[in-house]
Design a binder for this molecule. Structure first.
Ligand SMILES: [Fe+2]
Length: 134
């Protein structure tokens, strides 16, 4: 497993969203570093707290923009956000019940979801915004 390195391809061209995506990648990398040094169990609670905050402000940023622009893909996009919200809650619950291999499972999920979501669903939204603003 490797840490995530931001690539230009992850930029969707909406500054506020790109900046927030970079914050998520930082959280994932903090967990990755803690896991690599054997101290993941010490940071898991704080990581889940940061993820819960992130989910709240970042998804609100995007979902407010869906409304503002009357985005037709909003429902499917929000469904992906909901899946992430639920998964984070479940993983946090597992953490509280003392699952010691949870950090790896969490990193895996976060990495997969984040990259797929940014490259697919978020990019579709950005393409839509560009098409209505031109
Ligand atoms: Fe999104």
């Amino acid at each position: 497993m490797q840490k995530l390195v931001w690539k230009d391809a992850y930029d969707i061209g909406i500054q506020v969203i790109d900046d927030q995506h970079k914050m998520l990648i930082n959280i994932i990398n903090d967990l990755y570093a803690a896991n690599a040094s054997g101290s993941a169990h010490l940071v898991m609670e704080s990581i889940f707290k940061q993820l819960a905050d992130y989910v709240h402000y970042h998804f609100s940023t995007e979902e407010d923009m869906f409304q503002q622009y009357g985005y037709p893909g909003a429902q499917a996009h929000i469904a992906e956000h909901d899946e992430f919200r639920d998964k984070i809650k479940n993983l946090q619950g597992e953490n509280r019940s003392g699952n010691i291999i949870l950090s790896l499972k969490t990193i895996d999920y976060l990495k997969d979801w984040t990259i797929n979501h940014i490259l697919g669903t978020d990019r579709e939204f950005s393409n839509f915004i560009k098409s209505v603003e031109l």
